[in-house]
Ligand binder design. Sequence first.
Ligand code: SF4
Ligand code: SF4
Length: 291
Amino acid sequence: MPKQLTILSGKGGTGKTTVAASFFHMADSAVAADCDVDAPNLHLVLQPREIESGSFMGSSAAFIDSEKCSRCGICEEECPFGAIRDCEVLPLYCEGCGVCELVCPEGAAKLKAVVTGHTYVSETPCGILVHALLKPGSEATGKLVTEVRKKAVEIAEEKSLDIVIIDGSPGIGCPVIASISGADFVLAVTEPTKSGFWGFERICGVAKHFGVEIAACINKSDINPGIADEMKEYARREGVQILGEIPFDDEVNHATMGGKVLTEFYDGPASREIRELWKETRLLLMTEAKR
Ligand code: SF4
Ligand code: SF4
């Protein structure tokens, strides 16, 4: 089984994807999975060439067969979401609960799976990338994350690759839980701001809840040394190792704006620190992580 490394941040904009893309560039035996399915951006720096795509059916919605419908109105009365009017389903309001299907005496109301997103497998100069895009306004993000991870693990197994690098969603909601559960190791990428610290605490809590080993790095560690020290003290109390402190470096912005992987094209202070961070993370992932 390949080892699964999940890279998370409790909030957006901490540099998580910069770290994930750089790790993918340096790993010689890995598949990448972009599990930020609401707003994927790993592909923006990896120049992907799509080799496979598929529809993702993440939820259900009701449909009424007008030829079978007797227009009795029972479904409209019973629908808990007010999603049926004049024997027609209002798709925006339908929650796919199935009540109309249960109460329809004619078998005219039926639930059908609906496409809520797409999955992609792409070749990149760093290796295979599995990614996805959820349709705007669609739910079931966690299911799509699970789908992306499953596909990435399958590919790693088929190709006998050692590591699946998972770029998780920001925050701590359902997609983050889907990114963490069953992973071997979590690296939290955080930054020394109030909101960064808050997100870091939350990620530590979720990882501990799911019994997954966690370590962290502090990005732009020199922009606010006071909060960085508080974070290190918190990490020490919680038994979370700080594997690296990445200094602020303009090259990171240049790489992101230019659609480039930092460690592939730059050799400044941030790039060098991320190289060291990869060595530390890889060592812990391969030797200390569970399973
Ligand atoms: S599936 Fe539920 S929400 Fe949708 S139309 Fe039927 S009863 Fe209403
Ligand atoms: S319950 Fe069935 S038959 Fe009656 S209005 Fe709804 S869809 Fe038509």
